[in-house]
Design a protein around this ligand. Structure first.
Ligand code: PEP
Length: 255
């Protein structure tokens, strides 16, 4: 049984006042839910991580970083290591979010190094994959996400790869208000699970959680989560409003 995992990616939003207030409001709202049924994480900007870890302490909310660098320390100006993220009390980090791939220009090889560094540093990476609109329209969705997954997991034995949550986020659905239909998402999720069974084995593929991300809102969360291979949601915009994020969590666990 895969436990639903709902994560809120705050991107480059919030500040030293609104972030702690947001995580406290979410934590307060979660007291109504049976938290044994769901994992919840928030993913704030780097500079607020320690503050958000402190503000989330009384709740069951885990905290993650939006990125890491793959070296542990040294002359890498502007970068943050897995060790540092773990040191401030985080459990998760995103690797290869579409904005890192397509705005910053990260390539599969770099993302793979980050996934290795995250696991070796004691973090649980959320590896994001997804096709551009033109790739979908050219019928290349499967080819693109297969390449991203194969490269993302390259060199990881199953015992380490089990730390990964995979997130399927079609780029055309992120921040656009245009969600993949539950059927479109399920089709890709099923394909990804089959691919992971080939790369590892069936029991690995049965256990790994695959989140969907891309304009998830309170009114589409339940329908997405009803699909067999959708095990969680990576939520951007709607995670910035406590009521919306809580409604998504509620819809995801069917409470
Ligand atoms: C995201 O940031 O990963 C995301 C899916 O954003 P949004 O929900 O705003 O589309």
């Amino acid at each position: 049984m895969r436990k639903p995992f709902i994560a809120g990616n705050w991107k480059m939003n919030t500040d030293g006042h609104s972030g702690p207030a947001l995580v406290k409001a979410v934590g307060q709202g979660l007291t109504q839910f049976d938290m044994s049924k769901v994992n919840v994480a928030v993913i704030p900007p780097f500079v607020y991580l320690a503050q958000i870890v402190a503000a989330a302490r009384a709740s069951r909310i885990a905290v993650g970083a939006q990125d890491i660098y793959y070296e542990q320390k040294g002359a890498f100006t502007g970068e943050i290591s897995a060790y540092m993220i773990k040191d401030v009390g985080c459990n998760y980090c995103l690797c290869g979010h579409s904005e890192r791939r397509h705005v910053i220009g990260e390539q599969d090889e770099l993302i793979n190094k980050k996934v290795h560094a995250a696991i070796n540093g004691g973090l649980l990476p959320i590896l994001c994959v997804g096709e551009l609109l033109e790739e979908r329209e050219a019928g290349k969705t499967e080819e693109v996400v297969e390449r991203q997954v194969k490269k993302g997991f390259e060199g990881l034995i199953a015992a380490k790869a089990a730390a990964v949550t995979l997130a399927y986020e079609p780029v055309w659905a992120i921040g656009t208000g245009r969600t993949a239909t539950p059927a479109q998402a399920q089709e890709v999720h099923a394909m990804l699970r089959k691919l992971l069974a080939e790369l590892y084995d069936k029991s690995f593929a049965d256990d790994i959680r695959i989140q969907y991300g891309g304009s998830v809102k309170p009114d589409n969360a339940a329908e997405l989560m009803q699909k067999e291979d959708i095990d969680g949601l990576l939520v951007g915009g709607a995670s910035l409003k406590a009521d919306d994020f809580l409604a998504i969590i509620k819809a995801s666990i069917g409470d």
